[in-house]
Design a protein around this ligand. Structure first.
Ligand code: PLP
Length: 393
């Protein structure tokens, strides 16, 4: 048996494929039509918020957020460096000064006390990244941020369906993004995303920013090309727009997958808990075991492997790979160590937990398509590897 780190998280059922075939054959228009509206409506019902917009990726959603904020040069955006680079790039591109907050060592997500310490008069926004599918409970900084006029951006790329005290992640901040990339908890045929904007006036600008400045196409199709002028969502005003639209077929896939999201997430949670429980005797391997009124959706299954003088995380990765043909990965290279970030002045940070976790973490394959037998094989292989390494420590 072997378990690859796969670039495909989901399989589509025959019913899904038939639904998509109908769109491929019949949909007119093929973009920005019925399925876009339906996907947005279903998503809005799911998270319980209006002002949601389907876009081509979470990175695109973050670009739009960055454009809506109109961050001035050298205004500061605080975010964890332990995240995927897309959380940071749009803000750096638009001239923000990135300030790195450390992570909490146990939750592997932003340390809210460290965030507060790093706030200055120039802080415009904070990015809360619900990494690994873990819901960050940031309710105790909401008032603090309001008073200081700091906008809260939630990066929920990995956490659709996670909850903080019965609130879906992405609904407590000012802006949020979700990803439907191939490996996420649901996917719209490999790429896709969703944007939530709390402020009604800012939200009106999104359809134009998303689609080359064109308005919502409220008017009839026969007037497709008639420009709608003179109001906030009229054609090409104010700001250079993007082209971040999602096609009808992708929206159709989103509609189908959204229906399955809760059961897919429940399966993830159940499997993750089982794996964590079965490996709980190995004190050198520390998973994040959530507590409190939060629902964590285990987008990934990562753990800290405590090194000894002789043995470290790389030994565990190599053993799993060579002896058991299981591919694991190391995530996330602290963003301040990348050349591009360094060259742009974001190469310094005081983030000891970020370093310690990155240097000793392992992310096990945890794809939803894995069979019960594969999950069992994963548990027994990790367990056997840990025992072998215990003797060498
Ligand atoms: C934390 C985080 N933010 C943003 C993104 C960007 O998502 P997308 O690929 O949809 O642009 C990702 C994707 O991996 C991510 O993991």
């Amino acid at each position: 048996m072997k378990i690859n780190w796969s670039g495909r998280a989901h399989n589509y059922s025959s019913a899904d494929v038939n639904y998509l075939l109908k769109i491929i054959k019949k949909a007119d228009p093929m973009t920005q039509g019925y399925y876009l509206k339906k996907f947005q409506k279903d998503f809005s019902d799911y998270i319980g918020k209006k002002n949601v917009f389907a876009v081509s990726s979470a990175a695109a959603a973050l670009e739009i957020i960055s454009a809506l904020l109109k961050i001035k040069k050298n205004e500061e955006v605080i975010l964890p460096a332990h995240t995927y680079c897309a959380s940071a790039i749009p803000f750096a591109r638009n001239g923000a000064k990135l300030v790195w907050a450390d992570i909490n060592f146990d939750s592997r997500t932003i340390d809210l006390e460290d965030f507060k310490k790093k706030v200055t008069k120039k802080t415009r926004a904070v990015i809360i990244v619900h990494l690994y599918g873990y819901a960050v409970d940031f309710r105790n900084i909401i008032n603090f941020c309001k008073k200081k006029k700091i906008k809260i951006i939630e990066d929920c790329a990995q956490a659709l369906g996670a909850e903080i005290n019965n609130n879906k992640v992405g609904t407590l901040g000012d802006f949020s993004c979700y990803s439907f990339h191939a490996q996420k908890n649901i996917t719209t045929l490999g790429e896709g995303g969703m944007l939530f904007v709390r402020d009604q006036n800012l939200a009106k600008k999104v359809p134009g920013l998303r689609h080359n400045g064109h308005s919502n196409f409220k008017f009839k199709r026969k007037y497709y090309w008639k420009p709608a002028m003179g109001n906030v969502d009229s054609d090409i005003i104010g700001q250079w727009p993007f082209k971040f639209t999602l096609s009808e077929v992708q929206c159709g896939a989103g509609i189908r997958m959204l229906k399955k999201l809760d059961s897919l997430n429940n399966l993830r949670i159940q499997r993750a808990r089982k794996i964590i429980d079965k490996l709980s005797n190995f004190k050198e391997l520390k998973f994040f075991n959530p507590n409190g009124k939060r629902r964590h959706v285990y987008h990934l299954l990562s753990a800290y492997y405590k090194p000894s003088k002789k043995i470290n995380r790389d030994d565990l990765i190599n053993l799993l790979n060579k002896k058991y043909k299981i591919q694991s990965v190391i995530q996330y290279y602290p963003l301040y160590n990348y050349d591009l970030f360094k060259k742009n002045g974001f190469g310094t940070a005081n983030c000891p937990n970020t370093e310690k976790f990155y240097n000793n973490m392992i992310s096990f394959p945890f794809h939803i398509w894995m069979t019960v037998t594969e999950i069992k094989y994963l548990i027994s292989s990790i367990s056997k590897s840990l025992k072998i390494l215990q003797k060498k420590r």
